[in-house]
Design a binder for this molecule. Structure first.
Ligand code: HEC
Length: 133
């Protein structure tokens, strides 16, 4: 009986987790006029075309850096990974591009930097530059 309960709970959790990305994408979708259903969205669709993206979009990009660089880019004291908060946006962009091109050797960032477009990299850099150290 307990095993069945556990399995059901896990199933419910999995359903919620699978639905979360869809919710996140929906919430950055601007309000549409009319009642036609929104088109199916792909990764390409959510590539930002401009630097005026909703804060939630930028925050969700920046959240992917928090595991290693600290919340809002503030590294804990004694952390081996450098903090990003309050640093010059130009410098952050330059470092990300150097990682991406392989000009700067890295243990992990050469892979991560490749996952972000120029626009996303600029959004991230502006976000971290605006955080207090
Ligand atoms: C899995 C851990 C991890 C994640 C996630 C991560 N980083 Fe890093 N980051 C590192 C490490 C480690 C370094 C040091 C260079 C190296 O060895 O890769 C670094 C270095 C950097 C540097 C250079 C800092 C300096 O002082 O020279 C920048 C800029 C940077 N990361 C930006 C980001 C951004 C932006 C994100 C999120 C999109 C991110 N990182 C996500 C681990 C991570």
């Amino acid at each position: 009986m307990r095993t069945i309960h556990m399995l059901l709970t896990l199933l419910a959790l999995q359903t919620i987790l699978l639905a979360l990305p869809a919710l996140a994408i929906d919430s950055i979708e601007p309000q549409r006029a009319g009642s036609s259903p929104p088109p199916v969205r792909t990764g390409v669709d959510i590539e930002p075309q401009s630097l005026s993206m909703p804060p939630l979009y930028v925050q969700s990009l920046a959240a992917t850096c928090a595991n290693c660089h600290g919340t809002e880019g503030r590294a804990l004291s004694g952390a081996t990974v450098p903090g990003l908060a309050g640093r010059s946006a130009d410098e952050l962009v330059a470092q990300m591009k150097a990682f991406r091109s392989g000009e700067r050797k890295a243990t992990i960032m050469h892979q991560i930097a490749k996952g972000f477009s120029d626009t996303q990299t600029q959004l991230l850099a502006d976000y971290f530059a605006a955080q207090k150290r």
